[in-house]
Design a protein around this ligand. Structure first.
Ligand SMILES: Nc1ncnc2c1ncn2[C@@H]1O[C@H](COP(=O)(O)OP(=O)(O)OP(=O)(O)O)[C@@H](O)[C@H]1O
Length: 541
């Protein structure tokens, strides 16, 4: 039977809301965090724990299995990374001769390469700021035998990877089942609600056999689902279930710092409306726009370009290091508009439809362009300082909507979203509203009509916009897409060549996403070094 935090945790009251309110006043010191970690956080200007950190960290430090469901941007990553590092620091202190393990002490499994890179960078940065001797490696994609062997030699204290990649290490014999049995003390399944969706169900079921009983397991998720339930049953023993409501007591799933708006217009007028939003500065920057297909993102990019609005596109067909460059550039504030294609739900839908025709077409397309099955642009990616999220195309489900909107209003920040809804999308829009308001009747009106868009302003732009829209033909889109891909592959090759020795070179400058490649296998043992700030390059959009 599952433990509920309210019944079991020593500091607990009998309901979640009181638990959160009480926890709101706690500091990192009060929740028992190591001073080295607190100093590292201070250098990052992170001064007070978020609610999930206040409740989760003490439980994890106590050694409990925990399921943490907290909304997007609530700080789940530090909620598990901080206690994990503290435990490893303690092990390190108790074991002066260094790590005697034959395998990793901790594994963090995530659904996508981007998340792998993001979590890896966070761990590395904390380790650097603490100036301690812990080794972290990341493995994604399809690394070669020697890359896997190099990454796991040592062995690392923390392995950040995807379930498929760990499976690959196991089946190639680079990682021995016995090494996991003997060494693994913490396993973290991050973005747990996505692990099955991204196709890792079999990998995770197979891996379970190798996880020692004593291993502490943590499951982090933004939404609850049957998949999270299955994973919980598979991996966790008698876990604490943390479900954190807002400080105002509402258990809604979009942060209450995010204002949600919508605009209704015909499919054809969507370009016109987004132009008005951006050109007339009706929405605050930075802006992340979501489309459902790559072609739509290029159409939008080309269209906006004609009005002097420069944007970058992000999608699954770009080489992984191009994607990381784009993310890095956007996060560093080098450009304000990013058009991301979130086609994960389209893929799911296609799969469940089982439509043979679609399957035929899809495999034809795949022959031409290989999409990255480990790509995840929406879920869990920490886009920095996004104020506005625009759904140019609507997502296909409530959970998809929540994950998209969750790219703004992160941590204690404010944000807004604008969904541009065509009549064809009204059905899914109604479903989304129901999903958001399933707990309370009043929540059904949580998405308001966008207040700042005057009819006159739209009409003023219409003539020119329609003209430009006509000039963005299918051929122009196709060419732009192909050209962009060629450029990115070239840049990607150049970067690989510049760094010369692939991940060997990277291990000297690990953590710099501008030097990260598709089969990432890197790690480093750092002893008492003074680590300078990460090097940044200018990103050309
Ligand atoms: N205590 C804190 N104070 C201020 N900022 C924080 C704190 N903890 C985390 N953050 C920042 O908040 C942002 C969101 O954190 P994080 O990525 O862990 O959210 P999340 O809950 O995992 O979201 P998602 O479900 O979308 O993955 C990050 O930029 C992180 O650095």
């Amino acid at each position: 039977m599952s433990n509920n935090i309210n019944e079991n945790h020593p500091n607990n009251n009998n309901n979640n809301q009181e638990q959160v309110e009480e926890a709101e006043d706690l500091t990192f010191e009060q929740i028992g965090l190591d001073p080295r970690l607190i100093r590292a956080l201070t250098k990052k200007n992170i001064l007070n724990p978020t609610p999930i950190q206040q409740t989760g960290i003490p439980l994890i430090l106590e050694g409990k299995d925990v399921v943490a469901r907290a909304k997007t941007g609530s700080g789940k990553t530090f909620a598990y990374l901080l206690p994990l590092l503290q435990k490893l620091l303690l092990l390190d202190n108790n074991n002066n001769n260094g790590n005697n393990n034959v395998g990793p002490s901790a594994m963090i499994l995530v659904p996508s390469r981007e998340l792998c890179q993001q979590v890896y960078s966070e761990v590395l940065s904390l380790i650097e700021l603490c100036r301690v001797q812990l080794k972290v490696v990341q493995l994604t994609g399809e690394p070669s035998f020697s890359e896997m062997a190099a990454a796991l030699a040592g062995p690392p204290d923390i392995l950040v990877s995807t379930p498929a990649c760990v499976q690959r290490c196991l089946s190639s014999g680079v990682l021995k089942a016995k090494a996991i049995q003997d060494s693994l003390s913490i396993l973290i399944l991050d973005e747990a609600d996505l692990l099955f969706t991204y196709g890792y169900e079999k990998n995770l079921k197979d891996l379970k056999a190798h996880i020692p009983k004593r291993c502490q397991c943590l499951l982090m998720s933004a939404t609850s689902s049957d998949d999270v339930e299955s994973l919980k049953k598979l991996y966790l023993h008698n876990p604490y279930i943390l479900t954190l409501p807002d400080s105002d007591g509402k258990d809604d799933i979009v942060p209450n710092t995010v204002e949600q708006f919508w605009i209704q217009c015909s499919e054809r007028d969507k370009l016109l409306h987004i132009l008005a939003l951006l050109k007339l500065d009706l929405v605050q920057k930075k802006v992340l726009v979501f489309t459902n297909t790559i072609d739509t993102s290029f159409r939008l990019k080309l269209f906006l370009e004609q009005f002097g609005i420069k944007s970058a596109v992000l999608n699954a067909e770009l080489p992984v290091n191009s994607r990381l460059h784009i993310l890095e550039g956007f996060n560093a504030g080098l450009f304000d508009y990013l058009i991301a294609t979130d086609d994960s739900e389209m893929k799911e839908k296609e799969q469940t439809d089982g439509d043979k025709q679609a399957e035929k077409k899809r495999s034809k397309r795949r022959k031409k362009r290989k999409l990255d099955s480990e790509f995840g642009v929406v879920r869990g990616i920490d886009f920095k300082n996004v104020y506005t999220v625009i759904n140019f195309d609507m997502p296909l489900s409530g959970a998809g909507y929540v994950h998209r909107i969750g790219r703004t209003g992160r941590a204690f920040n404010k944000g807004q979203s604008v969904s541009i809804v065509s009549p064809e999308e009204m059905e899914v829009f109604e479903e989304i509203k129901l999903f958001l308001g399933e707990n309370e009747e009043t929540e059904l009106t949580c998405i308001d009509p966008f207040p700042h868009l005057e009819k006159n302003a739209v009409e003023f732009l219409r003539y020119r916009a329609e003209d430009v829209a006509r000039s963005v033909t299918k051929i122009a889109v196709k060419e732009a897409r192909a050209q962009d891909l060629r450029n990115e592959i070239l840049n990607s090759d150049k970067n690989n060549n510049k760094s010369g020795r692939g991940h060997k070179a990277r291990s000297k400058k690990a953590g710099d996403p501008l030097k990260t490649f598709s089969a990432d296998a890197k790690g480093q043992k750092r002893k008492g070094k003074d680590f300078g700030p990460k090097q940044k390059k200018k990103q050309q959009v």
